[in-house]
Ligand binder design. Sequence first.
Ligand code: UDP
Ligand code: MG
Length: 322
Amino acid sequence: MALHATSPPKAPLRRSVAVSVVVPVFNEEGSLRELHRRLRAVLDRVGEPCEVVYVDDGSTDGSRAVLAELGEADPGLILVELAHNAGQHGAVLAGFQVSRGKVVVTLDADLQNPPEEIPKLLAKIAEGYDVVGGVRQGRKDSWPRLAVSRMIRAVSSGGASAMDYGCMLRAYRREIVQRVLRWREHSLFIPALAERFTRRVAEVPVAHEERHFGRSRYGVFRLMRLGFDFLTGFSVLPVQLVTMFGILTALAGLSFGAFLFLRRLFVGPEVEGVFTLFAILFLFLGALFVAIGVVGEYVARIYNEVRRRPLYVIESIRRRSE
Ligand code: UDP
Ligand code: MG
């Protein structure tokens, strides 16, 4: 067996690997065995050397032990253990770094994306596309999830297509993976980022299943953060909206002032007007707060960049020595 831990990062290119499947894992104890069994069955049918890179994103349940156990039986399994919970996209990046395949497929560990759909993606890649994204058919997610997706799609619809960015069942050609790795600073949202590096992007419909084990790792706050990651990383729409709002508010205030002035000329001074002025004041205050909030969001991100905080820290990589 001889499972050994090597220190990161450079994975030696011992023999060429055609396909790497990168799976971020955060407390997915329940689904891992079934996932690996189905994944193996699919990869065995590919007919070329494949590897599976599980990135344990600081799980606190038995996920690590289960993965280590699966690794004993499967020489094509690489287990990357992160020192702390880096989040889904950080974990996928770590997996990218360790993967060696000419094509890299990402897949969720919770079996919401059926592994059986992978050959569809590979077939599209073989047609010459650089990035192939799955589009979930009949999504089985909670409504806040779907709402955020809709928002992201609305914001990004200026782009080439209405990609299903939330679907992590995707395939990337090696060059794209390298570019994503190199452009580390903005890579919090991998599917959107990858598309900046190529125009050969295709989509295929894929099935979507309900979560059978555990709950979605995305609560309201995580979703909000993801939404903001996307907004600040890939669009200037929030700032534009705030500016627009500011202009409209100022115009409204101006015309109201003019109205009061004319009224004073023709009707005479009004006494109760104090209250309307209060209303205007509060409107302005509101606008100011929104503006400060959004600017703060950007400043926080600049701060993060400046600090150069690593997105993830690899603790160990286990693969069977050959
Ligand atoms: N995940 C992760 N780190 C996290 C949160 C999630 O590696 O901090 C993994 C999780 O184990 C799963 C995938 O990312 O494989 C998607 O997570 P989840 O199913 O909770 O998201 P959803 O399906 O609701 O988008
Ligand atoms: Mg899921």
